[in-house]
Design a binder for this molecule. Structure first.
Ligand code: EPS
Length: 404
């Protein structure tokens, strides 16, 4: 069982995370984690905060001479902006007069947060509900990502649309076609999308999106979008149909929906299938070269809550950032009067970052179920378990059904 916790406020001193349950002897280094943190910070449309922060991790425990010890791994990411927030975010009581925030922003956790936690200052809700926390998640999930790479599992993502601007080519259909998806795997996708300022795969679409973001900025508005995350190299048999909380699709949905501002999710051709005949929705089974495969992958790599061995395809929708520079209606809680909601420094678009965070969360979910099936105390033992299962899989099926 792997688990992780994160701690830290957006403008507090730092973010921290503790990751527990990974086997010993997994090679890991700070540079690998920093690379993922950098990818999360990138993207046209981020606000001024990203000019202040350069996220890097300090590993505090659990790793020796570049390898995991099997003990809890703790990590720290500094908030450079904290220098500007020392009094506003003081841990101890302060005599300084700190202005309270009294106008909740619609779409944020502001109003629900003060209602639930009995606060007299919206700042107390803002700080932890901020998507800054996702930096710690990416650090934690980098361990999962590195672990999966040991088994040839690679995770990639691209932004499908921002502000309703879609690509000319239907990349999702390409992923559903098994002949095409082989050359369109997790690694390949990232080698293309990492080069784009908005993580898209078409140059013309990128140009149009950047123009739309410029327009949003000018109007003091924000935009959301859709993105796709793909995991390739996942073996058959992760997850289960035996109980709701052991289904791989349910686990993935939980992970991705937990990312700030994600409001929609589908696995494979989810919504398309709902409009079409079953014959156009399912993936015909083919037997070739001692292996089972499918003509298509509309199931998005999961059937009956279990991985099929084909790429796992997740598509999600992120709502526009809720902090607007041209505000919408709200209520000032100090006077209980209708007002325009408060302005606060923020991002205009964070869909590219969201896609990278979703890669990380998907890596976590797959690693969780992978270790449940193959987990040993060391990476070597885990590899033996994995090879024992995968190398015998086909023969077991053939022998079981011989003569039936
Ligand atoms: C965020 C608001 C902005 C973002 C922040 C998330 O921060 P600030 O209020 O300091 O300008 O930049 O995201 C990050 C700091 C990050 O690292 O992703 C929010 O309200 O969620």
């Amino acid at each position: 069982m792997i688990r992780f916790l994160t701690a830290g406020e957006s403008h507090g001193k730092s973010l921290t995370t503790i990751v527990e349950g990974f086997p010993s002897n997994l090679k890991i280094d700070t540079e690998y984690i920093n690379q993922q943190l950098k990818r999360r910070q990138f993207g046209y449309g981020r606000g001024l905060r990203m000019k202040i922060e350069t996220d890097t991790v300090e590993i505090l425990s659990g790793v020796r001479f570049g390898k995991t010890l099997g003990t809890p791994i703790s990590m720290l990411i500094k908030n450079f902006d904290w220098e500007n927030w020392k009094s506003k975010m003081s841990v101890s009581e302060t005599d300084e007069q700190i202005e309270k925030i009294t106008i909740p922003r619609p779409g944020h956790a502001d109003l629900v947060g003060i209602s639930k936690y009995n606060f007299d200052d919206i700042r107390n809700s803002i700080e932890r509900s901020s998507a800054r926390e996702t930096a710690a998640r990416v650090a934690a999930c980098s361990i999962a990502r590195k672990f999966l790479e040991e088994f040839g599992i690679h995770i990639g993502s691209f932004v499908e649309s921002i502000g309703g601007i879609y690509p000319k080519e239907n990349f999702i259909q390409k992923l559903f076609d098994n002949n095409l998806s082989a050359s369109f795997n997790g690694k390949k996708i990232n080698s293309l999308s990492d080069k784009s300022q908005v993580r898209v795969l078409e140059f013309e679409q990128e140009r149009k999106i950047i123009n739309k973001i410029k327009l949003a900025k000018k109007k003091g508005d924000t935009l959301g979008g859709t993105f796709v995350v793909v995991a390739t190299g996942v073996p058959v048999g992760l997850g289960s149909f035996v109980h709701f909380d052991r289904r791989l699709d349910a686990e993935i949905a939980h992970s991705i929906m937990s990312i700030n501002a994600v409001k929609g999710l589908e696995i494979g051709a989810g919504f398309y299938s709902a409009e079409n005949f079953g014959s156009a929705s399912h993936d015909e089974i083919i037997f070739s070269k001692n292996k089972f495969t499918r003509k298509t992958n509309r199931a998005g790599g999961i059937e009956g809550g279990i991985s099929t061995g084909l790429p796992i395809i997740v598509r999600a929708a992120m709502k526009p950032i809720a902090t607007l520079m041209s505000p919408i209606e709200s209520v000032d809680l100090s006077r209980m009067k209708k007002v325009q909601s408060r302005r606060e420094r923020s991002d205009f678009v964070a869909v590219p970052a969201c896609a990278v965070i979703a890669e990380s969360m998907l890596a976590w979910s797959i690693a969780k179920f992978f270790l449940e099936k193959f987990g040993g105390d060391s990476i070597e033992e885990t590899k033996e378990n994995y090879l024992n299962y995968t190398s015998k899989l086909f023969n077991r099926i053939r022998n079981n059904f011989k003569g039936s």
